[in-house]
Design a protein around this ligand. Structure first.
Ligand code: FCB
Length: 459
């Protein structure tokens, strides 16, 4: 790198913030929007720990103008948001809802007017309920419907939007939705999990093709993956095996089909694959059909990595791997805080996968923020988290990894899935009663980072 200043970033580095539709929009039953699996899930008692729902969330749907002003006040170069399928094609397939398209049209125009690059994500967990009623992601037809929906959005926004994300965290959709049941639709079914994994990946490929077909200009299409580097609890050969298993189970099961056109071999020799095969033999047609991998591995302009924490694992018979909490580490309200993990992740991606454009598509931390007597929100813990992680991203760039962007999760405090409103990730504080917004110290600090195109001196 020509610039030996270890704080400054390459020219045109993309600094952004991210959100998702269900977590911020509210207006859950307005202007033709129909229920998604998250509406169903949160309205059934017992799923969200706080008993809350995203019915009104941060009320972004009605406060678009104010939120655009906040993005501008921070100085964001890019804004990553998700489009709610249930606003665009409310039944999942069939009739298009013009009011839904109008909302994202206004958002995109508002961003462009402020010089902020839109990065829409087509899917952030909110599958239309009518498609769930027909089998959801384990049903192969859902992948086709997703491609059709992608085409509709691409046709409407593709004259102004260059940067696209098909899915947010396919692994979470498949595994938290169908195996652990922590996310909608709340299933505990390994067969459904494997089928959902494959169909979400397939739907990604269909969406890439649909977007390109609808586009009137060259597109930059990517995907945002939850990736977490695994480390052994000890150096015992068994714990190293647990690392290999965890890495396959969480990272390579998604990365390999996308970037190598196949599932990882050590994984296909394991118990999960055998489960898959048993699942297959019960089905009239096979899960993986000819050309699926060609569709799934359609080349992408960029790959997004969402990084929050690492996994430290220990070997256990049968389940092979168990996560442990390393002693002496610092923890946020949700996870271990481990900045070098983002360096290890990015350098590993660069080493093992042949791609020339990596983006940190989410990074952030929940903090128990409070409004101080002076009316500000002094979230020093978040500033420290972002500062230490951005420094590690810079170190990865210096080590030769082509990282071209970094998005903070999140622009706004929002509905954090099963935790309801109890976890605040925003650069902007939201009072969930009044919906009033306050730019936090971290938002101001991130603005300085953007203006300097690098980290300000500490202190
Ligand atoms: C990511 C999700 C996002 C948010 C953050 C904290 O896994 O993409 O919606 O929940 O975690």
């Amino acid at each position: 790198m020509a610039n030996d200043d270890t704080r400054s970033f390459p020219p045109n580095f993309v600094w952004g913030a991210a959100t998702s539709a269900y977590q911020i929009e509210g207006a859950w039953n307005e202007d033709g929007r129909r229920p998604s699996i998250w509406d169903t899930f949160v309205h059934r008692p017992g799923h969200v720990r706080t008993g809350e729902t995203g019915d009104t969330a941060a009320d972004h749907y009605h406060r678009l103008a104010e939120d655009l002003e906040l993005m501008s006040a921070i100085g964001l170069k890019a804004y990553r948001f998700s489009v709610a399928w249930t606003r665009i094609v409310p039944e999942g397939t069939g009739a298009v809802n013009p009011a839904g398209l109008d909302f994202y049209d206004r958002l995109v125009d508002g961003l462009l007017a402020k010089g902020i690059t839109p990065y829409p994500t087509l899917f952030h967990y909110d599958l239309p309920q009518p498609l769930q009623d027909k089998g959801g992601w384990p049903n192969r037809d859902t992948a086709k419907h997703f491609g059709d929906y992608a085409r509709v959005v691409g046709e409407r926004l593709g004259d102004r939007v260059d940067h696209w994300i098909t899915h947010n965290e396919p692994w979470v959709t498949a595994f938290l939705g169908h195996l652990s049941g922590e996310h909608a639709p709340g299933k505990h079914n390994p067969f459904a999990t494997v089928a959902a994994t494959h169909h979400v990946l397939l739907s990604h490929g269909y969406a890439v093709q649909a977007l390109r077909a609808a586009a009137r200009r060259p597109l930059q299409v990517g995907i945002a993956l939850n990736l977490s580097p695994a480390y052994p609890a000890t150096n015992s050969p068994n714990d190293l095996k647990a690392v290999q298993f965890t890495d396959g189970f969480i990272n390579r099961i998604i990365l390999d089909p996308l970037l190598k056109g196949r599932y990882p071999e050590d994984f296909t020799n394991g118990w999960l694959w055998r489960l898959l095969e048993r699942g297959l033999s019960r089905k009239p047609r096979s899960l993986i059909q000819a050309d699926d991998f060609k569709v799934i591995s359609t080349p992408l302009e960029w790959i997004g990595a969402n990084y929050y924490s690492r996994g430290v694992v220990r070997y256990l018979p049968v389940i092979k791997s168990m996560q442990v909490r390393p002693r002496g580490s610092e923890y946020s309200e949700m996870w271990e805080i481990y900045p070098p993990g983002i360096f290890d992740l990015l350098t590993r991606l660069h080493k093992d996968y042949d791609h020339s454009n990596w983006v940190v598509s989410e990074n952030g931390v929940p903090v128990h923020d409070e409004v101080a007597a002076d009316g500000g929100v002094h979230d020093v813990q978040r500033i420290r988290y972002l500062q230490t992680h951005i420094a590690e991203v810079r170190r990865a760039i210096a080590a030769g990894v082509p990282v071209t962007g970094y998005f903070v999760w999140s622009l706004l405090d929002n509905f954090e899935w099963i935790y309801g409103y109890s976890k605040r990730f925003g650069l902007v504080y939201v009072n969930f009663e009044s919906k009033q917004r306050i730019l936090k110290d971290s938002g101001k600090w991130f603005g300085q980072v953007i203006r300097a195109n690098g980290l300000p001196p500490e202190g």
